[in-house]
Write a protein that binds this ligand. Structure first.
Ligand SMILES: NC(=O)c1ccc[n+]([C@@H]2O[C@H](COP(=O)([O-])OP(=O)(O)OC[C@H]3O[C@@H](n4cnc5c(N)ncnc54)[C@H](O)[C@@H]3O)[C@@H](O)[C@H]2O)c1
Length: 488
């Protein structure tokens, strides 16, 4: 009897402590459920419909207005002058000088000057115009969502620089507005169009890596030379106030595509850990007189997927280190790595012998007219090392993505991070012109952007697991596999 009572007492104490620690973890928009932090998920309102595979009517001539013409925006204006079937109707910024400096891109390309909009609310007038199809937003992060929502509510498709949104609430705003207004909302994640990444996506879709079990991505970029250049210090100011991986999408987007996120797979939960702030704090002391800095110098986040893969993403924009987006795919039969050295590893049999023989011919400068091709040895594949440079080149050529086959040459001429920015803009306009679903939809924008607040929340609670909201509201398994649509 005594033992039973003691047992009950201990049990009650343990439950009390457990309940107490569960109840300790409660935010304005999240609470603890089944050992995980779960953000509130608003139900889909009446009148909203899923935007999966959404295609608008074809727009033969895409009429565009640009908002945000600081360091990033003008390049986009310039790139659009190289795309057929585009009219640039309006240019908008807080500063007249930023608008003025973009007009020569148009006049040099033989296009008429665009109308000018200057001031904090001037974007509204631009969005209210009847003769514009697309609003292209390259402002600081905090203005992305208010401008995008206003534009969609005025019937415009929107393209938003990265990250599209800065909080879970903003992610839902984009999803709900896009679903309600039936307007495209694409985040301008350019790294998915980089040459190595898109080739690897093509290879992954053809099963060359076997089953992918782990992927890595990062944004490691020392911004010490740039902090002073952001308009009114918005970026350092944001990082000073926000913990977590606030700029995840360059590393995260390409690996999410390779893992078919919300196309038969989904992100389930994450855990995050950050270092203390040393360089960030020192920088903010000097530039802002700050005494605290929320964003850790180095943040590491691990995300689990429904199909059993792990994704690791890192963020560090402070310490001295070479630029690195990692981009790594670990599969049951092969491996790809982009930074700091690019390379592939494959099990024997994973790469067709014609490609391997081709590489051998190239490397040994063999004259095929004088040699029996059957006598040429195949370059070897093994599970321990990277393939040779010749084999790597042969693989990159053989598996070049159809989009790159179509547009690579022009993209490299026009430029923008080596051409990937042009591929992105070209694809956006191509899909609009042909009435096709866009390569990146509003759910990608939300899933890739939500890492900011989710990782901050995990780090704040000693790396507690945090559920990743299902922005498709249960539709993540309805489309099987990512597809970039082409006209018939
Ligand atoms: N994808 C990439 O590779 C890449 C590279 C650099 C920057 N970016 C993104 O581009 C965006 C802009 O970055 P940036 O480096 O050009 O910053 P920036 O400070 O140089 O430019 C931001 C511009 O937005 C304008 N702006 C702010 N509020 C506005 C409003 N209400 N109406 C009109 N204009 C407004 C400012 O006047 C400023 O000119 C950010 O989202 C950033 O993350 C992306």
């Amino acid at each position: 009897m005594k033992i039973n009572r003691l047992f009950l007492l201990c049990f009650a104490l343990i439950m009390g402590v457990a309940l107490q620690s569960c109840c300790d973890i409660k935010g304005d928009n999240y609470s603890m459920k089944n050992g995980m932090i779960v953000f509130d998920e608003p139900a889909r309102a009446a009148g909203q419909e899923s935007m999966l595979q959404f295609a608008a009517d074809p727009i033969p001539v895409v009429r565009v207005g640009f908002v945000g013409l600081g360091m990033r925006g003008p390049g986009a204006v310039g790139r659009f002058t190289h795309i057929q079937g585009v009219e640039i109707k309006g240019l908008c910024d807080l500063e007249q000088k930023n608008v003025t400096k973009c007009q020569p891109y148009l006049t040099n390309a033989g296009m008429p000057k665009a109308d000018e909009y200057v001031g904090p609310e001037a974007y509204k007038e631009l969005c209210e115009r009847e003769d514009i199809d697309l609003i292209y937003i390259a402002t600081d992060w905090l203005h992305h969502v208010p401008i995008a929502v206003y534009a969609m509510e005025h019937g415009k498709h929107v393209a938003i620089e990265v990250p599209a949104a800065t909080s879970i609430e903003e992610c839902w705003q984009l999803v709900d507005t896009s679903e309600r207004t039936r307007r495209h909302c694409m985040m301008l994640e350019n790294c998915v169009y980089d040459f190595f990444e898109l080739t690897c996506l093509n290879m992954a879709q053809q099963g060359l890596f076997g089953e992918i079990v782990h992927a890595e991505g990062a944004y490691i970029h020392n911004l010490s030379d740039f902090w002073g250049d952001y308009h009114e210090n918005w970026r350092l100011d944001f990082n000073q106030k926000h913990r977590g991986d606030v700029y995840a999408t360059h590393g995260f987007g390409p690996v999410c595509q390779a893992l078919n996120i919300h196309r038969g797979n989904r992100l389930t939960h994450l855990v995050s850990m950050d270092s203390k702030s040393v360089v960030g704090l020192e920088t903010a002391k000097q530039k802002m007189g700050a005494t605290e800095f929320a964003n850790g110098d180095h943040t590491v986040t691990l995300v689990q997927t429904e199909n059993g893969q792990c994704i690791e993403i890192q963020h560090n924009v402070y310490t001295p280190r070479p630029y690195n987006r990692l981009y790594q795919l670990t599969g049951s039969k092969g491996f790809a790595n982009k930074y700091p050295i690019s390379g592939f590893t494959f099990l024997p049999g994973q790469i067709p012998s014609e490609i391997l023989k081709g590489a051998t011919v190239e490397a040994q400068k063999i004259d095929l007219s004088k040699v029996d091709p059957a006598s040429i040895p195949e370059a070897t594949l093994n599970p321990h090392s990277f393939v040779s440079a010749e084999v790597q080149n042969a693989i990159l050529q053989a598996y070049k993505h159809p989009i790159h086959r179509e547009i690579e040459e022009t993209a490299k001429k026009v430029g923008g991070h080596g051409g990937m920015d042009f591929v992105m803009d070209y694809r956006l306009v191509y899909c609009l012109q042909n009435g096709l679903p866009l390569d990146q939809d509003v759910y990608d924008a939300a899933e890739w952007s939500c890492i900011g607040e989710l990782s901050a929340t995990s780090a704040k609670h000693n790396s507690m697991p945090v559920a990743v909201p299902d922005f498709t509201r249960g539709d993540w398994n309805k489309v099987q596999g990512l597809k970039f649509h082409m006209k018939k």
